[in-house]
Design a protein around this ligand. Sequence first.
Ligand code: GTP
Ligand code: MG
Length: 136
Amino acid sequence: TEETLVLVKPDGVARGLTGAILARIEAKGYSLVDLRLVEPDRDTLEQHYAEHEGKPFYEPLLEFMMSGPSVAIRLAGNRVIEGFRSLAGTTDPTTAAPGTIRGDFGRDWGLKVQQNLVHGSDSPESAARELAIWFD
Ligand code: GTP
Ligand code: MG
């Protein structure tokens, strides 16, 4: 069975949407393997977002991710990586499809970073790398 890293980002936790997001994950049928509240330091976030270093939204993204706690989830199930990405919806919450987490709960708040509630690993390689960062 496959595993992925899911984060309920600081906007999701601050808005009290953790339970609603977990309910969708559980209703879809995936298994919670591990879950914890985390307040990542800059070093952890630099590792996690290494692929985005140098992009205009990189610094605002790190600041946003340090603005409050996130919930880190080790999630398991067949094809869970693509399955969770499908539940989450596309990156921009304004246009993410209704029925998805980002489409139903997210919007543009006029900030330098897209606050889009959740993160999900985008490949088996990313999942292995990110799970090691957040859970080991
Ligand atoms: P994650 O699951 O969080 O990795 O989202 P993603 O895979 O849909 O997006 P990506 O990995 O490309 O970007 C990581 C995060 O950076 C996004 O979730 C957004 O919070 C932010 N971000 C990405 N692209 C943009 C952009 O073009 N503008 C802004 N302002 N923020 C962005
Ligand atoms: Mg990504």
